[in-house]
Design a binder for this molecule. Sequence first.
Ligand SMILES: Cc1cc2nc3c(=O)[nH]c(=O)nc-3n(C[C@H](O)[C@H](O)[C@H](O)COP(=O)(O)O)c2cc1C
Length: 188
Amino acid sequence: MELVEAIKGRRSVRKFKAQDVPREKLEKILDLALWAPSGMNRQEWYFVIVRGQKKEELLKIFASAFETFRPNLEKVFSGKAKILEGMKHFFQTYGGAPVFILAYAGKSASGQWDTHSTAVALENLFLAAYAEGLGTVWSDGILVKEPEINALMGIEEKKLVAVVPVGYPDEVPRVPPRREGRVQWVGF
Ligand SMILES: Cc1cc2nc3c(=O)[nH]c(=O)nc-3n(C[C@H](O)[C@H](O)[C@H](O)COP(=O)(O)O)c2cc1C
């Protein structure tokens, strides 16, 4: 796939087919994620690929995250019950994705969580997944449940950056237009 087509064609996917994803495909996209640049080349990124029973247990935690947000969301989307229902459904199902990838950051040389490096690796992963016919979406609403997620997965001393459901897309997401005024040219 052409690079421009991958960058412009990738969309966030929130509805997936039940079809499983071959491990080789996952290995391929993870390998490409690890070729991203990183702070001081420390490569302080960690990915946990989950399916099966643990995935179902994670889903229960994600569903409970919605209840944490509900009061705030009800205010923001007051009178928009359909949107609220859609969000609840997503938290409860994660779009039916057969695989979850938990993306973690380690620490930079100065002792800060290096979430930047994990983020650029994730973009590599998103593009690589798209080139393989797979859908992904960055989700971080569930970070309110990070302690529970880490306890379930046995992860310590790493910062959860995002949870990424992965699977074959079962929707064609709309293309969000790019906003104006985000680039400033100087000396041209
Ligand atoms: C830092 C970050 C956080 C995001 N968090 C969520 C999220 O919690 N739930 C979700 O459905 N999408 C989330 N997204 C996806 C964005 O909503 C999506 O990228 C945006 O609407 C543009 O759509 P596109 O990815 O199809 O171009 C997130 C994306 C980024 C980069």
